[in-house]
Design a protein around this ligand. Structure first.
Ligand code: ADP
Ligand code: ADP
Length: 232
């Protein structure tokens, strides 16, 4: 479903080169929950942003759902991105839009007819348990509720893949757990493949099928969670 092959990424900042990813190859099968672990600065965020080309690799290829993202025309890439949802540590909601309008946004951009948008928004808010918050604004919500809105918005275009960039790091442990359970539930019920980054091993234990570990841009471990836990 997701395949990175020989992916390297070099950033140039202030005349200096920073190798954020070094020859990373990684496969995530359809329907899996895969966790990417690593310390701050290891390259996790860069890796996940290469899965929808928010960052372009300096070298290597990225395939998602059978498509070679780097070979797509801008128009085809725009379409491919609709099947790749993303959620963020700080939610990235539009503060001046209601919950319903935040969730409706990607559908409106895609030109979905109004009546269908409304029906889909109701369905999504029900899925994440926020039907009674449709007309609230993000500032009126708790962190956990904001992330549920982020999840509903990411799922609106019916993506096959969901990328999570530290989506639970800003939440207290109990709220984080309930958001993780929601993600696991979405994975099971909708079959959405989930690639998530975290620096917490307990997150991996709680919901991941497979995981990998990045260290200074290199992938140093990769496998089923049960195998990784059994290693010394
Ligand atoms: P992580 O998500 O594991 O914390 P990142 O992917 O954010 O790691 O960063 C990996 C490395 O790349 C770090 O050294 C970071 O400082 C650097 N880096 C990330 N983004 C940029 C950027 N836009 N410009 C320059 N360097 C960057
Ligand atoms: P904006 O103009 O800020 O984008 P709108 O008031 O037009 O916000 O609403 C955006 C979307 O939210 C519309 O597509 C509408 O169908 C949907 N919407 C509004 N209220 C509800 C609701 N109570 N339940 C579900 N969807 C709603």
């Amino acid at each position: 479903m997701i395949a990175f092959r020989g992916v390297s990424k070099v950033y140039t900042s202030g005349g200096r080169e920073v190798a954020a990813l070094r020859n990373v190859s990684l496969r995530v099968e359809a329907g899996e929950v895969h966790g990417v672990l690593g310390q701050s600065g290891a390259g996790k965020s860069t890796l996940i942003r290469c899965a929808n080309l928010l960052e372009r690799p300096s070298q290597g290829t990225v395939h998602v759902d059978g498509q070679d993202l780097l070979a797509l025309s801008p128009e085809a890439l725009r379409k491919a991105r609709q099947s790749i949802g993303m959620i963020f540590q700080h939610f990235n909601l539009f503060p001046s839009k209601t919950v319903a309008a935040n969730v409706a946004y990607p559908l409106e951009v895609a030109g979905v007819p109004r009546a269908q948008v409304r029906e889909r928004v109701e369905e999504l808010l029900s899925l994440v348990g926020l039907s009674d918050k449709a007309l609230a604004y993000p500032a009126q919500l708790s962190g956990g509720q904001k992330q549920r809105v982020g999840i509903a918005r990411a799922l609106a275009p019916r993506p096959r893949v969901l990328l999570s960039d530290e989506a639970t790091s800003a939440l207290d442990p109990e709220t984080a757990r309930s958001v993780l359970e929601l993600l696991r539930d979405i994975n099971r019920r909708l079959g959405v493949t989930l690639l998530l980054i975290t620096h917490q091993m307990d997150v991996v234990k709680a919901i991941c099928d497979s995981a990998s570990v990045l260290e200074r841009g290199r992938l140093v471990e990769q496998g089923k969670v049960t195998e990784l836990l059994a290693r010394p």
